[in-house]
Design a protein around this ligand. Structure first.
Ligand code: ATP
Length: 238
C-alpha cells in the first residue's frame, strides 16, 4: 500500500532523515519508535507531503506520490493525525468533523460509525473543541482524519499526555481499524496504520511490524512479536 524508499531530508545543513525506507500494508499496524528528536515527526510529515523530500520516493497504491501535495495525498487515501492533535478549538466537535469531510463529495454526512467508535464525541457534538479534555481531543483528531475514509492512517504519538482509560479506547480503535476497518461510506475494509509512538507498552501491544529510528536512520526493524526479545524497549527508553 505505502512504500517509501531511501528518503533523505535536511533542515538547513542538518541531515535529518538518512535513507529511510518503510512500508505499510492494509490490515497491519506498523509502529515507528525512537527517542525524542530522532526524526520521526519529520518522516511522517514527509510521507504526508507537509515537507518536500530531498531524495527518495514514496509510492501509494502503486502510484508515485513523491511530489504530490498534502491535499492530493489526502484525496488519494492517506489520513494524518498530527502530534498535538491540532483540532480547531473554536469550532464544535461536529464542525471539526465536517472539516474532515472536505475531500469528499459535498453533502457527505459524518459517518455514524465514528460516533460508535468514540461515543464521547456524540455526547459532546455541540461543545467547542477547545473545551474537550486532551484525550477527547485526540479521539476527535482521529475521527476527523477518518472522515475522509482513508486507506492509510498515520498517527503521530496519539497517547501523548493522555489518561490511561482513553489510551485503552484509542488502542482498541486502532486495532479495529486495522483488523476490520470501519464503515465510513466506502465499504468496510481493513486499513493500514502507521503509528509513531514513545509509549513502549502501547506500541508493543499493537505492533504487527516495528521500526526503530536513531539519528535519522532506521537501525532496527522486524515483526512486533520479536520486539521484547530484540530489546527494543531498552533502545527507545530515555
Ligand atoms: N522546522 C525545523 N527546522 C530545523 N530543525 C528542525 C525542525 N523541525 C525539527 N527539527 C529538528 O530535526 C530533528 C528531528 O525532529 P523530529 O521532530 O522529526 O523528531 P521526533 O523524533 O519526531 O521527536 P519528538 O518525539 O520530540 O517529536 C530534531 O533534531 C529537531 O530539533
Amino acid at each position: 500500500m505505502l512504500e517509501a524508499r531511501q528518503i533523505q531530508q535536511f533542515y538547513g545543513g542538518s541531515h535529518i532523515l538518512r535513507e529511510v525506507s518503510l512500508s505499510a500494508a492494509a490490515g497491519r499496524i506498523t509502529v515507528l519508535l525512537g527517542r525524542n528528536g530522532v526524526g520521526k515527526t519529520t518522516l511522517l510529515k514527509a510521507l504526508m507531503g507537509l515537507i518536500p523530500i530531498k531524495q527518495g520516493s514514496i509510492q501509494f497504491q502503486g502510484r508515485d506520490i513523491s511530489r504530490a501535495s498534502p491535499h492530493e495525498r489526502a484525496r488519494a487515501g492517506i489520513g494524518y493525525v498530527p502530534q498535538g492533535r491540532e483540532i480547531f478549538a473554536r469550532l464544535t466537535v461536529e464542525e471539526n468533523l465536517q472539516m474532515g469531510l472536505a475531500s469528499r463529495p459535498g453533502g457527505t454526512p459524518i459517518p455514524a460509525a465514528l460516533y460508535e467508535l468514540f461515543p464521547v464525541l456524540a455526547q459532546m457534538k455541540s461543545r467547542h473543541g477547545g473545551d474537550l479534555s486532551g484525550g477527547q481531543q485526540q479521539q476527535l483528531a482521529i475521527a476527523r482524519a477518518l472522515c475522509a475514509a482513508p486507506q492509510l492512517l498515520i498517527l503521530d504519538e496519539p497517547t501523548e499526555g493522555i489518561q490511561p482509560s482513553i489510551i485503552k479506547d484509542i488502542g482498541r480503535a486502532i486495532r479495529l481499524l486495522a483488523r476490520e476497518g470501519l464503515e465510513l461510506g466506502r465499504g468496510c475494509q481493513p486499513i493500514a496504520v502507521l503509528l509513531c509512538e514513545q509509549y513502549y507498552d502501547f506500541a508493543e501491544e499493537l505492533a504487527d511490524d516495528y521500526l526503530v529510528m536513531e539519528r535519522g536512520a532506521v537501525i532496527d526493524r522486524g515483526s512486533g512479536s520479536e520486539m521484547a526479545a530484540r530489546g527494543v524497549r531498552q533502545r527507545v527508553s530515555i
